[in-house]
Design a protein around this ligand. Sequence first.
Ligand code: AMP
Length: 271
Amino acid sequence: MKIFKSKHKLQKEILHIKNISFVPTMGGLHKGHVSLIRKSQSFKGKTLVSIFVNPKQFNEKKDFLNYPRNLKKDLILLKHLNIDYIYIPTFKDIFSFKVKNKIYLDSFSKKLCGKTRKGHFKGVLNIVNRFLDLIKPKYIFLGVKDLQQSYLISKHILKRKINTRVINCKTIREKNGVACSTRNKNLNKHQFKIASKVIKYLKNKKRLIKKKLSNFDSINTKKDLINLGVTKIDYIELINSKTLRKPRNKRENFRIFIAFYLNKIRLIDNI
Ligand code: AMP
């Protein structure tokens, strides 16, 4: 396992490697990250994992500062997983060079998380564009837990004709149904239980809508979620994940997209 903090040293090392499978992360690694990494290792070539908490994608400084970090633990895990390369840039290292491609921000960036997190996706694409420029990976592994993010990265790659294939990876969940997330580390036991109730509620809601037993009424759904102990709901929307539109009939495949707060902690999921 080779660890790089400088892009020049990293680039020198990987210059002639054609098959790089890239897994970008913000650290605070959990089972979701591990599944992306394992998937990347099932592809031919080398695996490169980055750890960087990108300040540009946080709306509030406090949220950035409170984001759970544990580099020591992450490195032990990555060593155990036998990763080839790890890139842990400093802010200066990753933001102090001219990138070839301009960011392409698809209009879907204005929906869902884009409504309440101004500049968030621009910040995400800025860093991913830089990583792609430096690493030139054959594959990039992204989680569908952040489906909007993965979609926007795919659109950027397509539009800018970048020679990297996006591999979408399924959401890994805790036993109680809550999607693994670094932010879960900030939840107390009570909040974790509420998060579990929310997921169970949404799974049931989806089942009932599919069975045509229930229409989706966002106002009442929000009320139910508040009664379960949710502090605030940024959005809850039914979306066909292929067309990205609201499903027009019950036969269409859809997912329920949600962003909600438990006290100050914001969680997102799609079910
Ligand atoms: P993050 O460190 O939160 O920026 O996430 C890094 C990558 O892991 C992103 O592509 C996420 O979509 C993915 N990811 C996060 N949580 C999960 C999960 N529970 N299951 C699968 N992938 C995930």
